[in-house]
Design a protein around this ligand. Structure first.
Ligand code: RIB
Ligand code: CA
Length: 316
């Protein structure tokens, strides 16, 4: 049985991904840590309990970083709505977060249960960066780290070159690369480009939203405004970044292609701040031409039937 900690800025696609985990037979969601990203963490703190209500799941959830480490806060409310739930009319929950800060909870839980937790980061990496700065031993005590974020071919969404989660807190990304990426198993990355290569059709989306269940109705309600807007603009397929990262977390065998590379975060630049540099050049004896070792497992191909099955199972 997998023990999973989810770090999230829920968020529409985060919420879809969390449903996948809460309905997966071989996974226990041990904790959910929340971070400012798509919307401020005070909104995320209203959204996570509502997902737990929907699944009647008692998962301890912790409020984390309110702002990025250095970068000015840039939200994604234009995608997720000011409330992070697409403005959907979803009843508030009476569930309350734990008193402990998310960063302290990450440190405590991982030290109490070394080598038991897999971590999935679905938002900016602020909480993870703060946690590893407070306790540098954390990378040696987790089973796995999967990250949704970054660009691996300079095709951005937040900017021309940068993906939102990495652009929102690039300094946090570099801290995570320098620590969790120091030795194998490296963090596993689902980038924006890999997301775009694994989209669903609108026919599938409409069936997904019409299973006649509470969860199907939920995913429809929180996504319908954004979907209507992008379909009007002529977008032909539905990108699901956080669910794709969740899919390889829940079922690693869905990964059909991945490679280890040395990566680094561009922190300067007029156009490039937040872009992930991936060194694709041939390595000699596992070392790059600049003398670096790999620090990230970049996932580029996932089994689509398996991905779709997990999404369908989440709403049935
Ligand atoms: O770029 C996509 C990522 O940014 C997803 O995690 C989405 O929820 C937003 O946080
Ligand atoms: Ca997210």
């Amino acid at each position: 049985m997998r023990k999973l900690i989810i770090d999230t800025d829920a968020g529409v696609d985060d919420s879809q991904a969390i449903l996948m985990a809460l309905t997966h037979p071989n996974t226990i969601v041990s904790a959910i840590t929340m971070v400012t990203g798509n919307v401020h963490v005070t909104e995320v703190t209203k959204n996570v309990p509502r997902i737990l209500d929907l699944c009647d799941a008692d998962v301890p959830h912790y409020v984390g970083a309110e702002l990025p480490l250095v970068a000015p806060y840039v939200d994604a409310a234009h995608v997720h709505g000011d409330d992070g739930f697409g403005g959907a009319d979803i009843p508030q929950s009476t569930r309350q977060p734990e008193d402990e800060h998310a960063v302290n909870a990450l440190i405590r839980l991982i030290n109490e249960n070394p080598n038991e937790y897999e971590i999935l980061a679905l938002g900016p990496l602020t909480n993870l960066a703060l946690a590893v700065r407070l306790d540098p031993t954390l990378p040696d005590k987790i089973k796995r780290l999967v990250i949704m974020g970054g660009t691996i071919g300079a095709h951005g969404n937040a900017t021309a070159l940068a993906e939102y989660n990495f652009y929102a807190d690039p300094e946090a990304v570099q801290i995570v690369l320098d620590t969790f990426g120091k030795s194998a198993p490296y963090p596993e990355l689902i980038s924006w480009e890999t997301t775009l290569a694994h989209c669903m059709s609108w026919d599938w989306y409409e069936a997904w939203c019409n299973h006649g269940t509470d969860r199907s109705e939920f995913v429809h309600k929180i996504s319908e405004r954004f979907v209507a807007r992008i379909r009007e603009r002529g977008v032909t397929k539905y990108a699901l970044p956080d669910p794709l990262a969740m899919a390889i977390t829940l079922e690693p065998d869905l990964i059909e292609k991945s490679d280890d590379y040395y990566t680094a975060m561009e922190l300067g630049g007029t156009y490039a701040r937040g872009q992930l540099m991936v060194d694709y050049r041939d390595m000699i004896d596992g070392v790059t031409r600049d003398g670096h070792f790999p620090n990230m497992t970049v996932v580029t191909q996932i089994n689509m039937d398996g991905f779709q099955q997990l999404l369908d199972d989440a709403v049935k």
